[in-house]
Design a protein. Structure first.
Length: 394
């Protein structure tokens, strides 16, 4: 990525386009949970099988992340984003015509591949175009991702109820891809195709700090993917309607949006992000404990705590990775590695939770497990002392 600074007016339109692109990165997954009862009533699908609708796209995101930087450099930033949005849009639209679990899962995988390419390229793009305020603009980008999830989770059940079709509730989000394509196409002059590079791509596979960052991102994202997949079904089992459970998931993701905006701005006051990370992890632990111990009481508090914690942890995990390297290209390569490994780790959590539900008849042990994982992550976060960053990537 060229180290280019965006001037104010082009920067506004570029950031608006980034936001619209980011809105497309979660609806294909977020709309499934609130509609799961209707889907399972129409298609034979166990809870373990339903977990594949979240697990496989996340796994595809992880695997494709390793090729994302190479593909993006070959095609150029602008063309790569266009291709990715087309893949996401077509995969989402195809759900109008799906009548089998296999077709539904394939649509999820293809959407995941398109999402992966965008997520591989975007951190380096933001670091190169907005180098002076990386934390702020990364927060806007990640917040927009969560905003897309909030909209899809909240309105997919309403669309399905009004139309009488869960397929339309899943497919309608292709309209977001069309909108993003229109705006992103207008950025083609600001996103020139990069010439072939003679640089040898840096490998982070042998770097212990890169693996620590990847595991931290992956375990944190595991809580996000598991909640995205199973919070709504959990409350449906407690007697809530699909619409109520979808709105609750939408409320959680709205809290993620709030935290995704506020947390990076707060953390930007200091290069030492450890205190902020610990607070976020404690919020998530409290939220999971509330889901287990008294889910019917203070039912808005627990999703609020989870949303505030998860919403801040996601951008902060990427920001801490970017903090380690000043060069945008190297930092982009590192975040691609972190996300690639991290999404592979995170992809297992919905499946494991689905297996736990099938075997034990409840999601509670899944919530307990995630709470314990967040406690372990506190110990990991304490190791991110910015004074020692240079020695890890010499």
């Amino acid at each position: 990525m060229d180290n280019v600074r965006a001037t104010p007016r082009p920067a506004f339109w570029l950031m608006l386009s980034v936001i619209l692109v980011a809105l497309n990165l979660r609806p294909s997954m977020a709309a499934v949970g609130p509609l799961l009862a209707g889907i399972r009533g129409d298609i034979a699908l166990s809870f373990s099988g339903a977990a594949l609708l979240t697990m496989l796209p996340v796994m595809a995101m992880g695997l494709a992340m390793f090729l994302g930087m190479r593909i993006g450099h070959s095609l150029g930033e602008h063309r790569s984003m266009v291709v990715s949005l087309l893949v996401i849009g077509l995969a989402t639209l195809s759900r109008l015509f799906i009548d089998s679990a296999t077709g539904l899962i394939l649509s999820a995988i293809f959407a995941g591949l398109g999402i992966a390419l965008i997520q591989a390229l975007m951190p380096a793009l933001l670091k190169s175009r907005f180098a002076g305020n990386v934390a702020l603009f990364m927060g806007l980008y990640v917040t927009s991702i969560m905003g897309g999830a909030a909209v899809a989770a909240s309105f997919a059940p309403l669309v399905a109820a009004d139309s009488g079709s869960w397929r339309l509730g899943l497919a309608i989000w292709a309209a977001l891809a069309v909108l993003a394509l229109l705006f992103w196409y207008g950025q083609r002059a600001a996103m020139p195709r990069l010439p072939g590079s003679v640089e040898r791509r840096e490998s982070f596979a042998g770097n212990r700090r890169a693996w620590l960052l990847a595991m931290f991102f992956g375990l944190g994202t595991a809580s996000y993917t598991c909640v995205l997949a199973w919070l709504a079904p959990y409350y449906v089992e407690l007697g809530w309607s699909e619409q109520e459970a979808g709105l609750l998931l939408g409320f959680l993701t709205a809290m993620e949006v709030v935290s995704g905006l506020a947390t990076p701005a707060i953390a930007n006051r200091s290069q030492d992000r450890r205190r902020v990370l610990v607070v976020l992890l404690l919020l998530i632990i409290a939220g999971f404990c509330g889901l287990i111990l008294c889910p019917r009481h203070l039912s808005l508090l627990w999703p609020c705590l989870l949303g505030l914690g998860i919403g801040g942890l996601f951008p902060m995990s990427l920001i801490v990775s970017l903090d380690h390297l000043d060069n945008p290209r190297r930092a982009g390569g590192l975040t691609a590695f972190v996300q690639g490994i991290g999404y592979l780790v995170a992809s297992l959590s919905p499946l494991l939770a689905g297996v736990i539900r099938d075997r034990l008849g409840s999601f509670e042990w899944a919530w307990w497990t995630l709470a314990a994982v967040m406690a372990l992550m506190i110990l990991m976060a304490l190791r991110f002392d910015p004074r020692h960053y240079p020695r890890h990537f010499q």
